[in-house]
Design a binder for this molecule. Structure first.
Ligand code: C5P
Length: 378
């Protein structure tokens, strides 16, 4: 059915079967449906023809494993290469989709879930199985997704490939960090995270894979974005450095505390009537400056929020932190700044500056991502 739908949609389908799959459906049926001889072995035992998994991997625009058994998923996740399906997977340069199908307990088992997570972390798309009656007679999650659902997942993948930032990975930092003083008090700032979240959403909508390293906000995670929640500047530093290692660029939108208490009290600090209370603070690490130092050819976009001498400070940051461009927010402009839904910014790079009008944060994000796109495709 799946094969027939794909052929009907205009796809050229080359079926690769495992030895076990031949027990369920005959090669002749699959060859008839796909209008091509199916492949099972590395060699054709009849005529000795060699089926190159490398050329299969290069030929395909999409590699779909359906149904994907617990056994095949485990082998894919660990790099086992004992049949043609697996060697073709290891050589595939195209996007890979798997449609798991197995008994409910096998699907729910930690080992299967771990394998699926590991595959997903490496870019394999999972077409979630459906719930219902299973081959074992049991009821539950494990039945292969409907063929129409799988075809839709393939179509979505091709639609995404056409997006301008498809295949690019970005890190976005957003929101305010929280620096604890004691178990009940902290130092923070007014950042709502709205601008960073709008940027993550816009980057994802244009096909990028986005890791959003988020300080505390009340906002919902934008669709298609992987969110990592952090509290302190030190935690944000750790998460951003880790995510940047695999990224093509980063947008540093977070309002990171510049100072953090030297010590965090283990219990609530009591007030006293004897004199002032002195809180000793130490500098936090500058995440943007550190990524800037290690960026190589990757793209780095910074933000600057200034109250005076705005442009000079922004240009200084552009250089010091090795940004490709910087987005200057001025607190003087009505409608710009922290909690609102609008913003008025100036984009500054080494060639000059562009002042944008007062726009919604989503529209501002779209203009910033336009510039990111033009930097990347230059
Ligand atoms: O120096 P300043 O804090 O004004 O720089 C602002 C830019 O640097 C923003 O892009 C902000 O996200 C980033 N930044 C950072 N880590 C810090 C301080 C600022 O990434 N510790």
């Amino acid at each position: 059915m799946l094969c027939r739908l794909l052929v009907r949609a205009g796809a050229e389908v080359q079926v690769v079967m495992t030895a076990a799959a031949k027990e369920f459906i005959t090669p002749l049926t699959m060859a008839t449906l796909s209008r091509r001889p199916i492949l099972v072995e590395f060699f054709d035992p009849e005529n000795g023809a060699w089926h190159s998994h490398v050329s299969l991997g290069e030929w395909a625009d999409c590699y779909l494993v359906a149904p994907a058994t617990a056994n095949t998923l485990a082998k894919m996740a660990t790099g086992v290469a004992d049949n043609l399906l697996l060697t073709a997977y290891l050589s595939a340069r195209c996007p890979v989709l798997v449609a798991p199908a197995m008994d409910l307990d096998m699907y729910a088992h930690y080992a299967t879930q771990q394998n699926l997570r590991s595959l997903a972390d490496h870019g394999v798309r999972i077409v979630e199985p459906a719930s219902g009656e299973l081959a074992s007679g049991l009821e539950g999650k494990g039945r292969m997704a409907e063929p129409e659902t799988i075809v839709r997942a393939v179509e979505e993948l091709f639609a995404e490939k056409k997006k301008p930032l498809a295949g690019k990975r970005f890190v976005v930092t957003a929101g305010a960090t929280i620096e604890p003083i004691d178990p009940v008090r902290f130092l923070s700032n007014h950042s709502s995270g709205k601008m960073g979240y709008a940027l993550a959403e816009e980057l994802a909508a244009r096909g990028a894979r986005v890791t959003l390293v988020s300080g505390r906000t009340a906002l919902a995670t934008p669709a298609g974005v992987e969110r990592v929640d952090v509290l302190t500047a030190a935690e944000m530093h750790r998460a951003a450095v880790e995510a940047f290692a695999e990224a093509d660029g980063a947008v540093m939108c977070a309002a990171v505390a510049d100072y953090t208490p030297c010590e965090v009290a283990a219990s609530k600090i009591k007030k006293s009537d004897e004199g002032d209370w002195m809180l000793r603070l130490k500098r936090t690490q500058d995440i943007a400056a550190e990524l800037g130092g290690a960026k190589g050819g990757r793209l780095l976009v910074g933000f600057a929020l200034e109250t005076d001498d705005e442009r000079a400070h922004a240009v200084d940051k552009l250089e010091r932190k090795h940004f490709d461009f910087i987005v200057l927010n001025s607190l003087r402009d009505a409608g710009a700044g922290f909690r609102g839904d609008t913003n008025k910014v100036t984009l500054i790079d080494r060639a000059g500056s562009e002042e944008l009008p007062l726009l919604s944060k989503r529209e501002t994000a779209a203009r910033i991502v336009d510039k990111i796109e033009s930097c990347i495709t230059k």
